[in-house]
Design a protein around this ligand. Sequence first.
Ligand SMILES: Cc1cc2nc3c(=O)[nH]c(=O)nc-3n(C[C@H](O)[C@H](O)[C@H](O)COP(=O)(O)OP(=O)(O)OC[C@H]3O[C@@H](n4cnc5c(N)ncnc54)[C@H](O)[C@@H]3O)c2cc1C
Length: 496
Amino acid sequence: MEKHIDILIVGAGISGIGLAVHLSKHCPQRQFDIIERRESFGGTWDFFKYPGIRSDSDMSTFGFNFKPWQKANVLADGASIKGYLLEVLDEYKLKEKIHFQHRVLAANYDSTQKKWLVEIEDANQKKQTWIANFVLGCTGYYNYDQGFQPNFPNQQAFKGQLIHPQFWPADLQYAGKKVVIIGSGATAITLVPALAKGGAEHVTMLQRSPTYIASVPSIDFIYDKMRKVLPEDLAYKLTRARNIGMQRGIYALAQKQPKLLRKLLLKSIEMQLKGKVDMKHFTPSYNPWDQRLCVVPDGDLFKILRSGQASIETDQIEQFTEKGILLKSGQHLDADIIVSATGLEIQILGGIKATIDGKPMDTSKHMLYQGIMVSDVPNMAMIIGYINASWTLKVDIAAEYICRLINYMDKNGYDEVIAQGDQTELMEDTVMGSLSSGYIARAADVMPKQGKHAPWNVTNNYLADRKVLKNARFDDGVLKFEKRTKQSLPKPKLVS
Ligand SMILES: Cc1cc2nc3c(=O)[nH]c(=O)nc-3n(C[C@H](O)[C@H](O)[C@H](O)COP(=O)(O)OP(=O)(O)OC[C@H]3O[C@@H](n4cnc5c(N)ncnc54)[C@H](O)[C@@H]3O)c2cc1C
């Protein structure tokens, strides 16, 4: 089966849905389809089911610029984020644009036709070829099929259950059980209070090294008050501006005065631990924001540690045993359940095998023009959000840029755009390279690379990007535009 479409968005997560809204608002002359491999929308916010799953970004900046969050909570659980996305789909009538249980396996750009030939597998495992003018990757940054799972020494000896948070069993009985969570990132610090409150006999968080953790209020009282007296849009705008400024300010402080920020963060933790937990577990060896800063609402993690329902160990695993984990220090952690919150396996473009005229494209050898378009790859863009701020801030401005580019092409009758890469710009750092977290280090083989200068340098700075993307000219000598020639195949009919 062969189907001709115009713009193909891969992924119906927060990025794909955001991009679809911007396309429908700013490019009404174009048609688009969203291909989603799963049976539902929302990506991350539908897929992860572990207890307590929530954002660690504030919702005024994790929400879109076109739709207020409309609730006073600062962080949100997975179901609320999915609910917000459902409202967006309904308001913009986008559900019918999503082809669920369709997975993009491969895509080849045919430079004669100036079209992408996209191989898609449907729910019945039948393969179809869709022919598209543009492919826009909104596939997130990790592999949905497997998480990052180290092979622990003597792992097979453990007689209890070993679980990865990416595949949380819906029927897992953890009440009354001893749980050990391996990890120190956002997932581990979310799970500890959630499992303890859910009735686990005891929860131990086992980390190799400490992470910076900041406590944030669970309710934004100022936003809540503002919403009662100001129009919703204005209250949201003001709150977003305040939070963007605060996030940027903290990040800038981490770059300019790391020692000061470290002191402030550690002091605040010390005050919450009230001498009941050793500060060594919360004193990282690196500077703030060298790795993603974790947050907890109303200090819930510290409260549960103080109560004794949960504890924390900083040590290394000697080996798994029948009954738990033997640590290098000689201590043994008894466990009925071990949760390996060891992270994600980084994947770009959802594992799609992309080729250009049959020649394989290796994403790790490309840069991103303006942080959006893959160098030397025609008619392709991908949305990779911020890692030092809310992901969605980038989604909005990247989508607006893509719309402006498409409108420019339409106005000038262009069918193809290529961001011509300059190999002298290519650096070893990836576009996520400003953080030293394990999963980002593991991304070097797949992530596009940083460039030395603009437009190849990915700044991870929302305010700077917003200005650049809003004003960037398309006749900059880097973007090359082409029209389809008469010899090319006739323009295909759009069927969707
Ligand atoms: C547990 C967790 C918590 C997080 N919390 C935050 C946070 O608080 N703040 C923040 O900024 N970021 C956070 N992130 C990062 C988060 O992934 C992004 O914020 C955001 O949700 C990514 O949205 P996305 O749409 O780009 O990707 P995803 O949410 O990953 O969605 C991608 C979609 O593409 C589909 N897809 C992938 N490959 C294919 C294919 N080949 N064919 C068809 N469909 C495909 C997937 O099924 C999925 O639906 C978190 C990540 C995780 C895992």
